[in-house]
Design a protein around this ligand. Structure first.
Ligand SMILES: Nc1ncnc2c1ncn2[C@@H]1O[C@H](COP(=O)(O)OP(=O)(O)OP(=O)(O)O)[C@@H](O)[C@H]1O
Length: 116
């Protein structure tokens, strides 16, 4: 139990570090708060909330994994290397992919409320 609590504490400190250091993550968090406020304003149904929270979790989770990959690449590759570039760009591409899908889903969720 003590070990588990320590692991949670380390994971939490990693989360806090990423929020402090990663501007893109802070932008995603601000946007997540904004869309959640809009969802509350429009009185989203339970299923709409589930979809919205799932998409927010996917985008922020992908950004956190991207941050970790960037740091590992920087640690291992001390000079410019094409494979380092591929690793970083593909990880960033994953965030872009989730962000794009979440925008499409956001439009599908919010549009009926906006045109009503
Ligand atoms: N060691 C490296 N070798 C080759 N290309 C690299 C290397 N490090 C970064 N790059 C490339 O340089 C560009 C900028 O990467 P960098 O990690 O500096 O900034 P970023 O992707 O904007 O991320 P962040 O601003 O969150 O640190 C990317 O295309 C990346 O793939």
């Amino acid at each position: 139990m003590k070990k588990f609590l320590k692991s949670v504490q380390w994971a939490f400190s990693g989360l806090c570090w990423a929020i402090r250091k990663e501007r893109h993550l802070r932008i995603h968090l601000i946007m997540a708060v904004a869309v959640m406020a809009a969802a509350a304003w429009f009185n989203f149904s339970r299923i709409e909330w589930l979809i919205l929270l799932l998409m927010i979790a996917l985008v922020i989770g992908a950004e956190l994994i991207n941050t970790a990959i960037e740091r590992v690449v920087d640690l291992i590759v001390l000079s410019q290397h094409p494979v380092a570039k591929v690793a970083k760009d593909v990880a960033a591409g994953a965030v872009l992919f989730f962000a794009f899908v979440s925008i499409v889903i956001g439009i599908i969720l919010f549009l009926p409320y906006l045109i009503r």
